[in-house]
Ligand binder design. Sequence first.
Ligand code: IVH
Length: 667
Amino acid sequence: MEKNEAKIRIDYLRELINNANYEYYVLDNSLITDQEFDKYLRELENLENKFPEWDSPMSPTKRVGGEVIDRFKKVRHKIPMLSLPDVFDLTEIENFHTRIVKENISPTYVCEYKIDGLSVSLHYEKGILVFAATRGDGITGEDITHNVKTIKSVPLKIKEPIDIEVRGEIYMPKKVLEKLNEERKIKGEPLLQNVRNAAAGSIRQLDSKIAAERKLDTWIYHLPNPEDYEIKTHEESLEFMSNLGFKVNKNANRLVKGMKEMQDYIEDVTQIRSSLPYEIDGIVIKVNSLDSQKKLGFTSKYPKWAIAYKFPAEEVLTVLKDIVFTVGRTGRITPNAVLDPVIVMGSTVKRATLHNEDYVKMKDLKIGDIVSIRKAGDVIPEVVERKIERRTGSEKDFQMIRNCPICASPLEKKKDQVDHYCMNPMCPAKKVESLIHFCSRKAMNIEGLGEEIIEDLFNLGFIKTIPDIYSLDKYRQDLIELEGYGNKSVDNLLSAIEDSKASSLERLLFGLGISGIGDKTALHLVKIFKNIAGFLNASFEDFKNSKDIGPTLAENLYNYFHDEKNIIMLKELNDLGLTMNYLGDNERHHDLISGKRFVLTGTLSFIDRESLSEILISYGGLTSSSVSKKTDIVIVGENPGIKYEKAKELNIEIWDENKIKGIVNSL
Ligand code: IVH
């Protein structure tokens, strides 16, 4: 077959396979047999191998997975990906309804299932899927295109050659999780806790083969830019997306007016919930008219035109087998319930915190009791009560310990407080916990330094203190030789550590783990004291006179910043190059970007120009369209224009794609 002929056949096969996928995975309809499908797919694979010039990353042959990335690129959402306010009962729904009616709106609502998965944003250009991103923190997500391409209900090509972004949920069907867990049990691997974690875990894989095996699926439910397509209602936007080839849960949705109809929908869904092949954790109620949505607007976190009604928490009975104690980073001792494993709202619960001695006594818990468990919020398991009528007399009384379970030092209880503390500053449990806290997501957010790895590195003697984290590179070879770590993962870990030096002062302060200082208080404090020197020089009164800081917190802060060991450690961190100054609310800082003037020319394959400009600006950079003597840096992509020549002529610093990609990925 000659080249052009091959192209015609390749296009034909791609169309045919995409269409068969659509019929099967979106419409639940088989056009061709499995054998025929495999035959066409193999023919296409052969042709693509033979004519690599016609190969394409968006070919349906790429759906089987196999693409491996080395790290997740960050993607900024042009329109923030908001979540929804949760409500838990009819009164709260009624309040929502009343608030809308008060705005002189006579609302019709679209009620939808709240799918238990993770949200995704899909971007198409000229009808072709160009990238897919997670929600992340709503502003910045992660590029998960390689994995999303393996989800068969996500069209690689939609029915119109338009530019569009749609949003929806990636989920794992219940059956898939069951089967996966059966396999994992046989292999002795830890079980996946619930469909949401399982779906999120599959999407966060660098190797797309794993996501492909996990048989993920989607429901698409949101069009962020309906006005671009002259759409007037949410219902129309769903129809529009469905017509483009997306999987929209049309049969599940219902148009309702008023409280009675909403209540009926909730009742109907509650009835059939357990028979659905996927998990739902509630119902989403959205104002249908887009004009009304516009009128209602948004808060900083949520749209005011939608709510998520969460189903009531399910309570399950199990046996309280034991009560064991753990030591936190501040030395606080927590009793924990060891439970006979039970599934609560789709995930296995084996442990639940019992907070402190008084809590256990207040609940009158004995070892051996039958207890009811529920999920507080929706993730943290909670022991509700012991079933006194089920007692047999063989239950054992709870005994609070008097010594640290790790280092055996005597425990102390501060006056008027409920918690017991291990006071030994050298207690290994405290040290490990404080390292875990320092690296955690809300603190320095060092990807790759999770609980277990930190424990390993601590036990190996590689990391004993916070500054040791930043000298881990001296153990690079030892790490590579350790089981389970490879060259690449060690280098990724070391670069994540290096990148974290640029984390904000508020993250650092929170990461230090000073008793009582949460992430919000940390931000509040850095706005007042501005830099680490400000904290070191502050008196007890300075802390106490700060707004919202009570005497206990002031004492904790003063003691922390006047402890010789901490002063030395902070100096070390300063010398290592960590951010020690508050850089402002939204002003982010990057040495190579802030204050610099950029010009962009040519095409970059990893990001579009507009998004890159936004990122540069958000880090205090400036962008302009033409090169002049004032330009600091010219970023050059493929097929650059005259600006590149001009930059060379004026001897201006030039960054190629690799350089800017490296920087953007590290932000
Ligand atoms: S609408 C601005 N509809 O629930 C509109 N969200 O708590 C944003 N979710 O982050 C979302 N099913 O991940 C919407 N039918 C549905 C949904 C849904 C599940 C998730 C989504 C969102 C979270 C909000």
